[in-house]
Design a protein around this ligand. Sequence first.
Ligand code: HEC
Ligand code: HEC
Length: 227
Amino acid sequence: MRKDIVVWGLCLLFACSCTENDKKAEQSETSGISSTATVSTNTKEGSQLFNTCVACHGQNAEGNQSLGAPSLVNQDDWYLIRQLENFKSGIRGADPSDVQGTQMATMAKLLDSPDKVKAVVSHIKSLAPSSTTKTIEGDPKAGKQYYSMICGACHSEGAIGNEALNAPKLVGTDDWYLHKQYKNFADGIRGSHPEDTFGSQMQMMSTSLPDEEALLNVIAYIKSLEQ
Ligand code: HEC
Ligand code: HEC
């Protein structure tokens, strides 16, 4: 550890006369993370930290429905980082009736520095994206209409998300998890914390679909975009 600091200190001192190898290492550390990554992180640390996540989210961050743990591998880094920080600070997962959110909050607190959060997310983003299993039946055609009318304004066409509006990617997220989170917002389990600026925006939208059927249709539509 101390050696690293000395090496970096020397690099700075000599206005980055770092060796080619150092530069390459730095590049490979950031290459797995999408364009919004801000800090180069230590991928070795990230993969070690990720060992504590595997039991629930799986070796390839593919998720595990029976544990309520979603796939993480297809999600954008900026959103994963924000959710982990929200779990840590009690903005998310602190509601007593949010059983699974509480479990996750306990895990997030193990990442006790912003660098650890970034390192583990960097590791997740270095894994190969994978498709999710279809678990919800609905009418994608009917869902498309609602999606375009309501959800698309923030989550974008194709449900790819919109960082400028803080709205995450929905395509590539498990259908059962989308269903559960929409319900959590609607029930006030998620998005009610006074500091949850973005969660409260989504909570307002969680009453916009008329009924359960419309929700299932919208989710079936989002799932159909994965192919
Ligand atoms: C004990 C099981 C368990 C472990 C271990 C665990 N998680 Fe989770 N995680 C969950 C559950 C359950 C949820 C869903 C919470 C909910 O329903 O709101 C979740 C949700 C998340 C989310 C939110 C995703 C989203 O789109 O909303 C992120 C990010 C996350 N976990 C990252 C991690 C990371 C990183 C680790 C390792 C440091 C980890 N988890 C360890 C169970 C776990
Ligand atoms: C006004 C903008 C806006 C609209 C419209 C909107 N959302 Fe969202 N949505 C958000 C934001 C912002 C978040 C992130 C909340 C957070 O950071 O916790 C979000 C989060 C979500 C999540 C949680 C995803 C996850 O992985 O944790 C789901 C599910 C979701 N939205 C579904 C929908 C659906 C379905 C619709 C249409 C009926 C919709 N949203 C309409 C802004 C919006």
